[in-house]
Every structure is written in structure tokens, then in C-alpha cells.
Ligand binder design. Sequence first.
Ligand code: 3PG
Length: 209
Amino acid sequence: MNPSVEDVCRLAPVIPVLIVEDVATAAPLARALCAGGLRALEVTLRTPAALDVIRAMVAAAPDAVVGAGTLMTPEDVRAAKAAGARFGVSPGCTDRVLDAAEAEGLPMLPGVATPGEAMRAAERGLSILKFFPAEANGGAKALGAWASPLAKLRFCPTGGVSLENARDYLKLPNVLCVGGSWVAPKDAVAEGDWARIEALAAEAAALTA
Ligand code: 3PG
């Protein structure tokens, strides 16, 4: 049974956004992030290994809720679901991707950058959206300005979010969690420095508004 998008967003204050090149790093990476307290993991479909990475994480880290990011097409949605993803993330919000996710029963966190896009997503029954790319779109100040007019919508801002600015978002009434890649730096993954990644995850998991 897949969790709802809200369940996914409430697991921890941060969803790690992962670009994983080597499937051999998938299991220890997922375990380190979970050990640090981050259980919702977004594996982006940006590397040839990504679908195998999802399979490996699902097998190796039963506590993790593994999702697939950068879903651009219906084929991506179907491949992600088949690999074991329990939620999907997209940089944008298209009918084709949302239709495919509905058909597959894959909860989706699609990206929006304007109130009009957010309203179109709401017309489709979605109420939890990714605000992307958050910092480039005006950051917490912009998203905070959406809270009153778009009162029924909640967001996971992603893109340029860091340990330094995460709290600015988390304290907004319309933010459930943030997404970011800072918890799994490329060099730490390449070096197999799982202790560092666990520490970064723990620091992120302890973030409060
Ligand atoms: C991305 O575009 O890769 C994600 O939104 C994460 O962005 P970040 O690397 O700025 O955290």
C-alpha cells in the first residue's frame, strides 16, 4: 500500500533529492539516510542506474519510503512504479504525467512555479505540490505570499534549499517539508563516507521551524 503524499511529506522535515550514479552505493546510502532519520527518499531518474538504485534501496532499506524523481513522461511513471517507487516527483505538472500516475496508483508530488499552475493542479484534486525551483522563484518570501490566497494548498519547496535556509520555509504555514540534495553530497557518496551522510541526515531530521 502506498503512503499518501501527505504521509510522505510528514515523515521528516527534509526529503533528500538523490542523483545516484553507481548502484553499488544505493544500499549504504539509503541505510545512512534512514539511520539519520530521513526515510522518504527521492531517487531522481537522471542517471542510467536510477531504476536499479530504486530497486536496491527498496530491497536494502525496509524503513525507507523510496520515491522516484524527475518523472517527465508516462513511461518514466510506469518504470518508476515497476521498480518499486512508492511516490513520484516531477519538476512540473503535466496532464500526461498525472494521468499516468493516477492509472498506476502512484502518489505524485508535481512541481509548480506559479499560482496558475498551482490552481490547475488543485483543479485536478491535488493539494500538496512541490514549489520548484524554490530559491530561484523568490524563495520563502514568494511561497509565503501564496499562503493566504492559495490557502488549501501545501508545498514541499525544492531547488536551492539548504541547511541554512530550510527553516525559512519550514516556518511557513503552507510548507510540510523541504527537498534538497545537500544531505547526500556527491563527494561523500563517491568516497563511501556513510558516517558523514548519516550526520548530515540527522542534522536535517532535527530541523524545526
Ligand atoms: C534538483 O533540481 O536537483 C532538486 O530540486 C534539488 O535541488 P538542490 O540540489 O538545489 O537541492
